[in-house]
Design a protein around this ligand. Structure first.
Ligand code: NAD
Length: 517
């Protein structure tokens, strides 16, 4: 039987252990397939679930019902300092743990995520408002895939050697950086949280991670899974709270050497402002205003089906969703008719209902922002082809935040609606006459995250792909992901790439060793 701590001290600060995580009680929880969610979530520091030092909490709201169903710590720099100390303590052993052992633990985390798919998917849906079938089929499976992918990735991660004929040989060491910060948004909560954590710990770092304060529960459940999987205490520390309090404390801390951030361009700018003068390594995955460029020679039925998906999946709350649909003039009217008809058929409803295609918007604040953007589009002269309104449901979801999928036409590229990220179920249609004009429209924003090109002419697809200013380009498909490929934007959509070797290179420090022969 492991000894249960009631309290411990870090840097003279006393922490109360609310729910000691011993192997025995964790085994009990996971073997019963019950990852229980307490009303008050706790931070995960040094292998313990502990209350935040400030004693302040933030309400956690189910956006489908509008009800407060839990509270999360409103952590501050004291909690972050405790996390840094726990990470420092763990680093010397973890950074030299053999890759075979890191593989084994990460793989075990993946297995436990799979084993707890139902609980995790329900938690994700209650936090975020997305349909439960989507959490089950995309979000949670991708979280386990992230751990599995980087578990195997670290086993194959090799470094370069440069031979200077008979003079010298150089070889590159790629060593763990130390303590790194991983900060993620609310739209794909566990999916994006694990996309950062998995490569960071696989590469031998210790992590301070902050999920979005809007969708904290699956990150909390992950702490229990990591403990059960045998991840050593302090390798992963999860601090809950807001961006300005907990987030900035992580970014500012002198001992946090790298920051991997996914979120809005505005927060990315603020984070870069704090971290850049301290010369921290930065990876910023930011907002987008993605074009879908539709040529008349595309595979029509496939294009229509996928454009509905790329416009409205997850209520349009995916950074990769195409919010500007650009259509060749000769097929514009046909496209408009079919696209609007299909959009109107998308069932808006309780996210727990398996027929629901459009769930709730993530929060009241975001719901109000989207409605303001629709009003702005109208003021700018946009014509609503469908949607545009809030939806009032009956019963359990009567106070939830639902918005009709909305299609707008008649707006030029310069207006706010076509320039600013809305991040909701709202798309605009614009037409173009020539390939050149289509490209100009596609590139007419400050963002450069993702673009989709629809044509059966492979030469045209290659030409346009080379000229579109986007980090990610899909031809005749959308959101087809190979985790080995570089992922990330250009322009105001971010700096640095994630995925595959890019992520493992980001989370390691390279060092050249030159040996004269
Ligand atoms: P957000 O920027 O408000 O918050 C993201 C995370 O950063 C949260 O955990 C938040 O608490 C934290 N944060 C906010 N301000 C901070 C600060 N000053 N210092 C440190 N941390 C801070 O974004 P959001 O509203 O949660 O998510 C939506 C945004 O994320 C959209 O702009 C979307 O395009 C973007 N996004 C981008 C990608 C991508 O891969 N490029 C993926 C998903 C979402």
């Amino acid at each position: 039987m492991e000894e249960e701590q009631e309290a411990f001290e870090v840097c003279g600060l006393r922490f109360e252990v609310l729910q000691p995580l011993t192997t025995s009680n964790i085994e009990h929880q996971t073997s019963n397939m019950k990852l229980e969610i307490p009303y008050h979530l706790e931070n995960y520091i040094g292998g313990n679930l502990i209350a935040s030092l400030g004693g302040k909490f933030i309400d956690n709201i189910n956006p489908a019902t509008g009800e407060v169903y839990g509270q999360i710590p409103d952590s501050n720099e004291k909690d972050v300092t405790a996390g840094v100390h726990a990470a420092q303590k763990a680093f010397s052993a973890w950074s030299v743990t053999p890759v075979e052992e890191r593989f084994r633990i990460l793989n075990r985390i993946a297995e436990l995520i799979d084993a707890n798919l139902d609980e995790l998917a329900l938690a994700e849906t209650n936090d975020n408002g997305k349909p439960l079938w989507l959490s089950k089929s995309v979000d949670i499976p991708r979280a386990s895939a992230n751990f599995r992918f980087f578990a195997t990735g670290i086993m194959h991660f090799a470094t370069e050697s440069h031979n200077m004929e008979d003079k010298a040989v150089n070889y590159t060491l790629r060593q763990p950086i130390g303590i790194v910060g991983c900060i993620s948004p609310w739209n794909l909560p566990l999916y994006l949280f694990t996309w950062k954590i998995a490569p960071a710990i696989a590469a031998g770092n210790c992590v301070l991670a902050k999920p979005s304060e809007v969708t904290p529960v699956t990150a909390f459940l992950l702490s229990k899974i990591c403990k059960e999987a045998g991840l050593p205490d302090g390798v992963l520390n999860i601090i809950h709270g807001t961006g300005p309090n907990a987030g900035e404390a992580i970014v500012s801390h002198a001992d946090v050497k790298a920051i991997s951030f996914t979120g809005s361009t505005r927060a990315g700018e603020r984070i870069a402002g704090i971290a850049a003068p301290k010369f921290k390594k930065l990876s910023l995955e930011l907002g987008g205003k993605n074009p879908s460029i539709i040529f008349s020679d595309c595979d029509w039925n496939k294009m229509i089906t996928e454009t509905i998906r790329s416009s409205f999946s997850n209520q349009g709350e995916i950074c990769l969703c195409a919010s500007r649909v650009l259509v060749e003039e000769s097929v514009y009217e046909k496209f408009k008719r079919e696209f609007v008809e299909k959009t109107k058929q998308l069932a808006i409803g309780d996210p727990l209902n398996e027929n629901t295609k459009q769930g709730a918007i993530v929060s009241k604040a975001h719901y109000e922002k989207i409605l303001r953007c629709i009003e702005k589009a109208k003021q700018e002269g946009g014509k609503l082809l469908c949607g545009g309104n809030a939806v009032k449901l009956e019963g359990r979801c009567a106070n939830g935040f639902f918005i009709q999928p909305t299609v707008i036409e008649g707006l030029g590229p310069e207006c706010q609606t076509n320039q600013k990220e809305i991040f909701g179920p709202v798309v605009t249609l614009q037409s173009f006459k020539t390939e050149e004009e289509g490209l100009q429209l596609a590139n007419a924003t400050s963002y450069g995250l993702a673009a989709t090109i629809w044509t059966q002419d492979i030469s045209k697809a290659n030409r346009v792909a080379a000229k579109v200013e986007s980090g990610i380009i899909w031809v005749n498909c959308w959101l087809l992901r190979d985790l080995r490929t570089p992922f990330g934007g250009m322009k105001n959509s971010g700096v640095g790439k994630e995925g595959g070797w890019e992520a493992l290179r980001f989370f390691t420090e390279s060092k050249n060793v030159c040996i004269q022969l």
